[in-house]
Structures are given as C-alpha cells and as structure tokens.
Design a protein. Structure first.
Length: 201
C-alpha cells in the first residue's frame, strides 16, 4: 500500500511536469506568433508612410516645375506679344524677365528660333525654392491645317525644372540634348507648356 501511494505520487508529479512544459511551449509559440503579426503590421505602416512621403515630395516638385514652366511662358509671351522683340530680322541677345536680364543660348538659336534659360525662384512659405525654365520662341513655325495648307505661326515651348539652371546643360554646340549635372537628374521633374498663334500674314 505504501509503495503504491509512492508510485501514484511520482506519477502525478511527472504528469504535472509534462503539463507545465507543454503550457510553456504553447505560451512561447503564442508569443512568437503575436510578435510576428505586430512586426508585419509595423512594417506595412512604415511602407505606406514612406510611399506617402514620396508622393508628397513628387507633388511639390511637380508644382515647382510647373511654376518654372509658366514663368518661362509668361516671359516669352510678354517679350513677343507686348514688346514685339522677336522677328525674323531681330534676335535679341538678351531679354528682360521679371527685372532680370536673360541671355540667349546662342549655339542653338537661329534667325527665327530664340532659346533662353531662365533661373526661377519660388517663395514657398518663406523659403526660396530654386528652379529653371528653358523656353524657345519659333517665329517661323508652319502649322499644318486640316485642309493640308500651312499657316505661318509662332510656337512657344516652355519647359520647367525643379533644379538649378547651373545643373542643366542645354544648347552647347548646337545640341538639343538636355543633360543634368552634379546628380540633379535623380530628383529632376519636368513640366511642359506650349503656345501656338498665327503671325497674321
């Protein structure tokens, strides 16, 4: 009887130890599972936040580039329509834009095509944001009408960028290839505006 009681007690003790070990294993597994879910949620939230930040930066860069393109367009229209600077016999080496003198890109310009590079500064919440506009005025553009005839017109193209003009190389040696310098191309955004109107002759 005494031996039997000892055996039962030992058996119960072993069963308790097994149950405790099993419970510990379950708790560890549950902890790992919960930790994995929380980590996955945190990584997902961080990924969404990063993408939203990129979209915000791209939207701002796009806005700055559009402002630069619009500034170049306004300058070209003012000098052509209001001041009537550009004719087939007059190619001004420089024009005025917002009180600043802008030099013509002589290597790429011709007797009827005038190309300028204009530094643009936008004041955004008290911060000066640099940009650049490259615009061209073509005074001898042949617009193709629906009936196959052509109309002698003026075509203005203005491209705006969210980087400094000093980081853009364009028109050197007559080349129409645009090159970004000092790694500016990685963050550059281009916006394009165009205007077309008849020369009236």
């Amino acid at each position: 009887m005494h031996i039997y009681m000892k055996f039962v007690l030992i058996k119960n003790k072993i069963q308790k130890q097994k149950t405790t070990a099993s419970q510990r294993g379950f708790v560890a597994l549950f902890s790992v599972l919960v930790s994995s879910i929380l980590l996955l949620m945190a990584l997902s939230i961080a990924g969404i936040a990063y993408k939203e930040q990129l979209l915000s930066v791209n939207a701002k860069s796009s806005q700055y580039s559009f402002v630069a393109a619009d500034t170049g367009m306004e300058c070209a229209l003012y000098n052509d329509v209001k001041l009537q600077w550009f004719t087939s016999t007059n190619s001004p080496a420089s024009i005025m834009c917002g009180g600043d003198s802008v030099e013509m890109l002589g290597d790429i310009s011709g007797t009827t095509l005038f190309v300028y590079k204009l530094p643009v500064e936008a004041n955004v919440n008290g911060n000066i944001v640099p940009g650049c506009a490259i615009f061209s005025i073509d005074k001898d553009y042949d617009y193709l009408n629906a009936d196959g005839s052509t109309t002698n017109s003026t075509k203005i193209d203005s491209r705006g960028y969210n980087v400094l003009c000093s980081n853009i190389e364009y028109g050197l040696g007559g080349s129409t290839t645009l090159t970004f310098l000092n790694g500016a191309g990685a963050r550059a955004v281009e916006r394009y505006l165009s205007a077309l109107y008849s020369n009236g002759n």
